[in-house]
Design a protein around this ligand. Structure first.
Ligand SMILES: Cc1cc2nc3c(=O)[nH]c(=O)nc-3n(C[C@H](O)[C@H](O)[C@H](O)COP(=O)(O)OP(=O)(O)OC[C@H]3O[C@@H](n4cnc5c(N)ncnc54)[C@H](O)[C@@H]3O)c2cc1C
Length: 318
């Protein structure tokens, strides 16, 4: 066994950022295992992009949109052919769903949401945040292949300069899945997802009502950011759960996280405290969010957000 197999997800014809990040760290780990990097995808069109991020081979099963059982069965075939030391999946919804499923099938160990990876003495060593991000645990997966999901934005996506990957077809698994995909809802055109964005503008209960999320959306649009939210606003039905950041939402590590009207409860911090730069806007100077903020603005978000949006627009005009 050697090398690294990466679950490559395509969305809108593009390889997802989480997959590009997994391929990039996969390339480094592969060298240590004495093998190369390959990818697994549902479309041959991924060959060029996966190759650009270091995949020499692309295992392809024409299995359409994601469903757990079919993908797990097809991925297992790719694993039996390649016999990798490590299987990496980006920490997307699908990646997080598929990792434990495939690990169970292979009787393998899985480390989820990892932000550091190392191959040493024939074992995968991974660092993962625990206790809502208050501490880090270093875990070792001794069974092979070792399975891991990578925390979005924790590993840089770096091109390798490689050409298109060689495509190896995998037979479509013949099974009757117990779950069926009924509908796929895609975000509005141009809307970024919090898991992959470099900048996130998040709103909390301080917005007072659903309509005021327009203040967050305006700033996000002006600055090229994704819209995030606290659980309080999601529970109130002001915004969809896909925007929720935190322990029971998305864990994000953008370059810039702007939190407006969010108190900074421990469960929210668990999802964003590893952001590179944090800006908090809150009228309460004692709000816990200021303890993790690099820049704190004590004031009324109804004045600050529109003013900030205007300034960003002006700056962009230059
Ligand atoms: C098991 C469990 C899991 C959870 N998971 C999550 C999770 O994933 N994500 C999450 O976010 N929460 C989660 N929570 C909920 C969490 O504990 C908090 O209740 C929630 O984060 C609070 O949201 P908030 O900051 O928007 O609201 P609040 O705590 O009510 O804070 C509102 C803030 O807005 C400020 N404010 C009010 N008006 C203005 C104004 N005009 N201008 C500026 N500031 C203003 C206030 O000073 C206050 O700090 C979880 C809780 C539990 C028990």
């Amino acid at each position: 066994m050697a090398g690294v197999l990466v679950f490559a997800e395509i969305e809108g014809g593009k390889l997802k950022k989480a997959s590009r990040e997994a391929l990039s760290i996969g390339r480094k780990l592969a060298e240590a295992t004495g093998g190369g990097v390959a990818a697994f995808a549902n479309d041959r069109a991924a060959a060029e992009q996966a190759g650009r991020y270091g995949a020499k081979k692309l295992y392809v099963a024409a299995i359409g949109p994601y469903t757990t059982e079919v993908y797990a069965a097809a991925l297992q075939q790719a694993i039996s052919q390649m016999q990798p030391s490590i299987l990496l999946l980006g920490g997307t919804s699908n990646g997080r769903d598929l990792a434990p499923r495939i690990a169970t099938r292979l009787n393998a160990g899985v480390a989820s949401d990892v932000d550091r990876l190392q191959w040493a003495d024939g074992k995968l060593r991974a660092r993962r945040p625990v206790y809502s991000g208050k501490a880090f645990a270093t875990v070792e997966v001794s069974a092979t292949p070792a399975v891991a999901t990578t925390r979005p934005n924790a590993f840089p996506a770096e091109e390798s300069g490689g050409g298109a990957a060689e495509v190896i077809d995998i037979a479509v698994p013949q099974l009757q899945p117990k779950a069926k995909l009924l509908e796929t809802k895609t975000p509005e055109a141009g809307e970024l997802t919090v898991a992959e964005a470099d900048i996130i503008v998040s709103g909390g209960r301080g917005l007072k009502e659903a309509a005021n999320f327009s203040l967050i959306r305006d700033l996000a649009r002006a600055i090229g950011a994704a819209v995030g939210a606290s659980r309080a606003t999601v529970d109130a039905g002001w915004i969809d759960h896909q925007h929720q950041v935190g322990q029971t939402g998305r864990v994000v590590s953008p370059n810039l996280y702007i939190a407006a009207g969010i108190s900074g409860a421990i469960q929210h911090l668990a999802g964003m405290s590893s952001s590179k730069h944090i800006v908090a806007i809150n009228k309460d100077p004692e709000a816990p969010i200021f303890r993790v903020a690099d820049l704190g603005v004590v004031g009324d978000l109804f004045q600050i957000l529109p003013a900030l949006t205007e300034e960003v627009k002006k700056a962009r005009e230059y």
